[in-house]
Design a protein around this ligand. Structure first.
Ligand SMILES: C[S@@+](CC[C@H](N)C(=O)[O-])C[C@H]1O[C@@H](n2cnc3c(N)ncnc32)[C@H](O)[C@@H]1O
Length: 349
């Protein structure tokens, strides 16, 4: 089968694009789909091709199995061999070494079971509440870089200057802005975790006159029902990665709907092949680029194309979207590691 496929695949170059698009690029992340067994027929003008799908295994995400099977039979073709024969896998910000490719392959050797993956989805709020119970306000560092990267935060977007921060945590994004003296007519901060909202509200700079903090799940319809005015700037900073990919579209749609015309969405999150992704051991991968952390929270790693396509699919115009490379430095713990993030700005026209 593989031999026939190899031959056909090499023979028909437009088919390569088709296969990537339909079986690899657009594969679904739904861990609850029934096991897939069977054959797909791909017809081109000159060829009729049979693709064999692997049987689903009990307790393992079948979508992922399917994706990996395709990677097995066509994956090598997606990566260009280099002169010394080592595969060239990566993107503009990162080329994987042979060792890193092996690490990624090892992650596929033991996946999070479908049962556990569904449980993680059901208990997402519980895990974030426990996270903030354990870490209080100590985990995330204040984000002092935001005005440097997103000058829209300095003002000038919309007539009211209303800010909405989605997945605000305990306020590491918003309080540095207030400390810097930035003025917004209203700041809405929301998070899935009730505990995070309580902590944010207990900050000395919390001002109930201009700030409204509330618990919500941004993947749900009407998640912003408490917002009673048009929003000029919305932020999604390291939040989408903790949400299941099946729900990304709804999140993007909700953000589009809450912004006023000309409103801006500011985005930063983990980039594909970030060192944190490469570090996951077997037993942590849920589906393609989605992982379970030790504490039950999840983390997804984005390509720029994916982020751009997602927000454009709900009507946003992309102002910019790219990988940014930074370093995480902790002198006390002697840590200095390179990081890859995706940073983007979108506009509601
Ligand atoms: C990695 S933390 C980032 C917190 C904050 N944005 C920051 O940069 O410090 C991710 C946050 O997203 C929140 N979150 C996860 N899923 C969410 C959802 N469905 N709706 C709203 N917030 C969510 C979590 O509770 C958590 O506070």
């Amino acid at each position: 089968m593989t031999v026939i496929f190899d031959y056909l695949y090499e023979s028909i170059s437009p088919l390569k694009h088709f296969i990537r698009l339909n079986f690899v690029g657009n594969r679904k992340h739904n861990t609850a789909t029934p096991p897939v067994v069977g054959v797909a027929i791909v017809a081109t003008r000159r060829w009729l091709i049979f693709l064999h799908f692997p049987p689903g295994l009990q307790g393992v995400s079948t979508d992922l199995l399917r994706a990996n099977y395709f990677k097995y039979i066509i994956g090598e073709r997606m990566s260009e061999p280099t002169e010394n024969g080592i595969l060239n896998v990566g993107h503009v910000a990162k080329r994987l070494t042979a060792e890193e490719i092996d690490k990624m392959k090892a992650q596929d050797s033991r996946l999070v079971s479908e049962f556990r993956a569904n449980q993680l989805e059901r208990d997402a709020k519980k895990h974030w509440d426990l996270f903030y119970k354990r870490n209080d306000t100590r985990f995330f560092k204040d984000r002092h870089w935001t005005t440097r990267e997103f000058d829209e935060l300095l003002g000038g977007v919309g007539s009211q200057n209303v800010l909405l921060e989605v997945g605000c945590g305990v306020g590491n994004f918003v309080y540095p802005l207030i400390e810097d003296g930035l003025k917004y007519s209203k700041i809405f901060s929301c998070d899935l975790s009730t505990r995070a909202i309580e902590l944010l509200k207990s900050h000395t700079l919390f001002d109930p006159e201009t700030m409204k903090a509330f618990q919500t799940d941004v993947t749900l319809e009407n998640c912003f029902s408490v917002i009673d005015c048009t929003v000029d700037i919305a932020t999604l900073i390291f939040v989408l990665s903790s949400i299941h990919p099946d729900k990304f579209h709804k999140v993007a749609e909700n953000l589009y709907n809450i912004l006023g015309s000309g409103g801006i969405l500011l985005f930063r999150d983990y980039g594909l092949y970030d060192m944190a992704q490469l570090r996951f051991k077997p037993g942590h991968k849920i589906s393609e680029n989605l992982y379970m952390r030790q504490d039950g929270t999840r983390s997804y790693y984005f390509s720029t194309e994916e982020v751009k396509n997602l927000f454009e699919s709900v009507g946003f115009q992309t102002l910019n979207c790219g990988y940014v490379q930074r370093r995480t430095v902790n002198l006390k713990e002697n840590i200095d590691v390179p990081r890859i993030f995706v940073q983007a700005k979108f506009k509601k026209s």
